[in-house]
Write a protein that binds this ligand. Sequence first.
Ligand code: SAH
Length: 230
Amino acid sequence: MSFRAQVLTLFPEMFPGPLGLSLAGRALAQGTWSLDVTNIRDSATDRHRTVDDHPAGGGAGMVLKPDVLAAAIDAAPHVGPRLLMSPRGAPLTQALVRELAAGPGCLIVCGRFEGVDERVIERRNLREVSIGDYVLSGGEPAALVLLDAVVRLLPGVMGSQASGIEESFEDGLLEHAQYTKPNSWEGVEIPQILLSGDHRAMARWKQERREALTRARRPDLWQSYKAGKI
Ligand code: SAH
């Protein structure tokens, strides 16, 4: 059964974009996942195909109209959760990515302008998801980020399934440093232990490096990791 992604956007030309290439693109061509992109503007009913209006109570910018957006949502098949890309949303985490990848698909609403009318979020049960504490000009790049993370977890997409398990965030730690040939480059050697062939020692080294790196760079992750271990 393939994962079904539905995207509602004012800029359908932005899709599949980077997801048409490399691993995600191959998986798309092979039918491991499908992508339906709908222009929200197709749901506008007036002569000018209006999708936005001034914010109630004043303020800068424009707001996506609830009637037009709801019509676009209602016209889409209901498969999996409905997400709204939003800087106010719950942070996108590997746990959420895994949850989505395990399901049948999702619908993603890409906001524009100042955002969308709050009533659509409530009435259509949109789950707000943020890709980080910064503001984009539209939800499209955020949707591409989310789908990239989800698609690589779908069965058969990654060459080696093992590489998904050892990665950053999969067990709450960042990944250890990686090296490849040449063994000596600009006078810097690959750590001896990685060339030793001693698998237990290498596993211990990797775990130590992951813990040290996480402690140094991401005290927040380190705290949760330690709390989870006890
Ligand atoms: N006025 C809004 C920002 C609107 S940005 C506010 O202050 O919260 C326009 C659109 O870009 C949003 O509707 C959302 O869909 C998208 N967007 C911007 N930043 C984002 C982020 N960090 N994560 C996910 N989507 C984002």
